[in-house]
Design a protein around this ligand. Structure first.
Ligand code: TYM
Length: 326
């Protein structure tokens, strides 16, 4: 059995990009693997957060984890800050990373924009992510393609430490889906769908109602050619919509193109609204059942205990290898 680890930041507006790129994989993988799924609240404070909203967002993501189909009996579901090993291992890894490699991270460059008062945590963000993954001897990390660079630095760090101190860490592999790995923004299909974009119609949140979903899809940017054909370079808008359709329905791109030959974008978009609403509705029903229940807190506490038991073993091993403590 392989160990799977992944995480989502509790920063609100969890959208279909998060679902189709990551959460959908989390559910599939729990069938045959030992899975550990985290709500990475320590990552979210790399940018300012309102404490009350953060607490709410943590529980929102936890409820969504269950609502999309994670089974707390099979998968450990927990909040990062409730297991101390993440921050502890991050420090040790920081002492084995280079400022040069962190300066090259595209996410840091985008978010800091050469601003000297950017938080240091934003700079060391990839190291905390590496700690998350390495702490659980993870074999597989299901994520969207925007996390590729972070997975690479995690692998580099694991190999570097193994070479210097002897076999300490498992070197993990990223896992990316074909269609869902990079869902693009609906109003600008050249940038990825994001939680923080100002225009709410640029994304479909998992908790959007049917009329909001309809509005966002019908308004989405396409092109003037009018044929439902996949071509990411020349027709990024419609190609993104085809990707979303394919990810939700399980139909291959070629079959979708065939089905809509001779149809305009309007007809295709209307069907995509139906496919999307049909996919998110059951998630929303389960979400409202679990969100306010006492059970949610119990699941997170139990998940943290399971995660702590695994992480403590790793920390003992790491400390021995590094000569820390007595
Ligand atoms: P976060 O919270 O930004 O996103 C959660 C997951 O959703 C994926 N994703 C997307 N996939 C497809 N299309 C999109 N438009 C899209 N937007 C987001 C992300 O790739 C991610 O898989 N750094 C991570 C959180 C993290 C983590 C970890 C992940 C912290 N520690 C350890 C894995 C392992 C992040 O910011 O995800």
């Amino acid at each position: 059995m392989k160990r799977v680890f992944s995480g989502v930041q509790p920063t609100g507006n969890i959208h279909i990009g998060n679902y189709l790129g990551a959460l959908k994989q989390f559910v599939e993988l729990q069938e045959e693997n030992e899975c550990v799924y985290c709500i990475v609240d320590l990552h979210s404070i790399t940018l300012p957060q309102d404490p009350k909203i953060l607490k709410k967002n943590i529980l929102d993501v936890a409820a969504l984890y269950i609502a999309v189909g994670l089974d707390p009996k099979r998968s450990a579901i927990f909040v990062q800050s409730m297991v101390s090993g993440h921050a502890e291992l991050a420090w040790i890894l920081m002492c084995n990373s280079y400022t040069g490699e962190l300066s090259r991270m595209t996410q840091f460059k985008q978010k800091s924009r050469d601003n000297e008062s950017a938080p240091t945590g934003l700079f060391t963000y990839p190291i905390l992510m590496a700690a998350d993954i390495l702490l659980y001897d993870s074999d597989v990390v299901p994520v969207g393609s925007d996390q590729k660079q972070h997975i690479e630095i995690t692998r580099d760090l694991a190999i570097r430490v193994n070479n210097k101190y002897g076999k300490t860490f498992v070197v993990p592999e990223g896992r990316f889906l074909k269609e869902g790995a990079r869902i693009m923004s609906l109003d600008d299909p050249t940038s990825k769908m994001s939680k923080s974009a100002e225009n709410i119609h640029s994304r479909i949140s998992l908790l959007d109602n049917a009329s909001k979903i309809k509005k966002s899809i019908m308004k989405s940017t396409t092109d003037s050619e009018g044929s439902v054909r996949f071509d990411m370079d020349e027709k990024p808008g419609i190609s993104n919509l085809i990707n979303i359709y394919s990810s939700f329905s399980g139909l291959e791109t070629a079959d979708i193109e065939k089905k809509y030959t001779g149809c305009g974008y309007g007809e295709f978009k209307k069907d995509l609204v139906d496919v999307t609403v049909e996919a998110v509705l059951p998630i929303q029903q389960r979400y409202s059942d679990i969100r306010e229940s006492e059970e949610l807190i119990r699941i997170l506490k139990e998940g943290a205990e399971r995660a702590a038991a695994i992480s403590e073993k790793t920390m003992d091993r790491v400390k021995k290898k590094f000569g820390l403590g007595v």
